[in-house]
Ligand binder design. Structure first.
Ligand code: F0G
Length: 405
């Protein structure tokens, strides 16, 4: 007996065809409804025999533990970042460092579930559109599963580390003349023709794995629920996944407080933050998204409506940060805490600082920033915005001059 079903998030009907990504009746977004009755008999301690990581939370997941395609995803550190907290004027600040995942981003949490499910369905080819991290992750998990993989990338806008990973893991890399939204449209068309099984986050199984970041944060904070969790928002599925996890923990009675989910977007790619500002439930797509944080350079986020629901329902917030604020936050995290994240990830920290300045975040709040990807994903941006290296002749006197002045 399956422990879940797929339903339409908009009209509520059951969706039985495993190869569709939208509701056949109303065109709405899909979601997984878990049967959590067995979990209501359990306590968090009951799961601790399994090491911390995505699969510790198997009773909350729609794929059989024994059928998992895993490269040990999740189990990432939660750092208490006191220097950063002081810099931002926030009472207690933690960083959940998703850059420590096997392929260097949170996407691995979703892919272990997505690819396991694809294998269950007998898929021979998996594919996705991506700003980079999804493709890097999917390519790795497809290799592990022994199936083929095609990735659709916006030409010239994918950071070097991510592109290298997709190529390295042997995916067919298709560089599309257009942005992420264009690439996704093409990938979805190929999926509708059944030429590939689509593993973008519109696939309802992906967010199920991404729920685990919230489960881990709760374990790491001994179930002392933080006041606020801040995430960067691009295609908008991750904040939805965190929301779903919060609601599921509430349903099984493991938490009695809800953190305010707060989504940060780059100023040049901010349909969700603009909708929030206008108090709208839906967003207006942006034609020409642009930001140094290429991971979240998205104008038409597939899960934008779900993200807005997550923010409103938790009393959260959404705002934008500039590219300069993103780069400053990235540097601050590196220089103050020794934590290296890619620009999109730093948007959460830049958002924390800005919302504190705006008075939205109270000085005594306990805040967790989710930092979604590793600094090494995008070395070019770091090199372009760092002090130049000291070119030095092969000579000790020259070294002395550089070091001692
Ligand atoms: N941070 C990083 C590092 C990302 O790669 C992404 C999304 C996000 C944040 C935003 O998450 O889309 O769930 O709101 N990257 C996707 C990709 C779009 O293709 O790798 P989201």
């Amino acid at each position: 007996m399956a422990n879940h079903k797929v339903v339409c998030w908009d009209c509520g009907c059951d969706v039985d065809d495993p190869f569709v990504n939208t509701c056949p009746k109303c065109g709405g977004l899909l979601t997984v409804k878990m049967d959590l009755e067995p979990v209501k008999e359990m306590r968090p301690e009951d799961l601790r025999k399994e090491p911390i990581g995505v699969w510790r939370y198997a009773p909350f997941l729609p794929v059989d533990y024994d059928k998992r395609v895993s490269i040990k995803e999740g189990g990432t550190p939660l750092y208490r970042t006191d220097a950063l907290a002081a810099e931002c004027g926030i009472g207690e600040l933690h960083v959940k460092y998703e850059g420590a995942n096997p392929t260097g981003s949170f996407k691995d949490r979703g892919m272990t579930i997505g690819v396991s499910h694809a294998v269950e369905l007998g898929a021979k080819v998996v594919g996705c559109a991506s700003t980079g991290n999804t493709s890097a992750s999917l390519a790795a998990y497809a290799s592990k599963a022994g199936i083929r993989c095609a990735v659709f990338l916006p030409s010239g806008k994918v950071a070097a580390g991510k592109l290298a990973q997709a190529m390295f893991f042997g995916a067919k890399v298709i560089s599309v003349d257009g942005n992420f939204d264009d690439a996704l449209r093409l990938a979805r068309e190929m999926a509708e023709e059944r030429s590939l099984y689509l593993l973008n986050s519109i696939n309802p199984y992906r967010p199920e794995g991404q729920k685990s970041v919230l489960f881990e944060i709760m374990d790491q904070l001994a179930y002392d629920v933080p006041d606020r969790i801040i995430l960067p928002v691009g295609n908008a599925a991750n904040i939805w996944a965190v929301y779903k996890a919060v609601k599921e923990l509430e349903e099984v009675g493991w938490i009695d407080k809800i953190p305010m989910l707060t989504g940060i977007q780059a100023e040049g790619a901010a349909p969700v933050a603009r909708a929030f500002k206008d108090k709208d439930k839906d967003f207006v797509p942006e034609e020409h998204p642009e930001t140094v944080a290429t991971a979240i350079r998205i104008g038409n986020p597939v899960s934008g409506r779900k993200a807005l629901h997550a923010i409103y329902d938790t009393g959260g917030y959404s705002t934008t940060v500039t590219d300069d604020e993103i780069l400053a936050a990235q540097k601050m995290l590196g220089r103050r805490e020794g934590v290296g994240v890619e620009p999109a990830s730093a948007a959460s920290v830049a958002g924390a600082k800005k919302l504190r300045e705006m008075g939205i975040i109270d000085k005594d709040e306990r805040v967790v920033c989710i930092c979604t990807g590793n600094a090494l994903k995008d070395p070019d941006t770091i090199i372009a915005h760092s002090d130049p290296v000291c070119q030095c002749p092969n000579d000790v006197a020259a070294v002395r001059k550089i070091l001692l002045g």
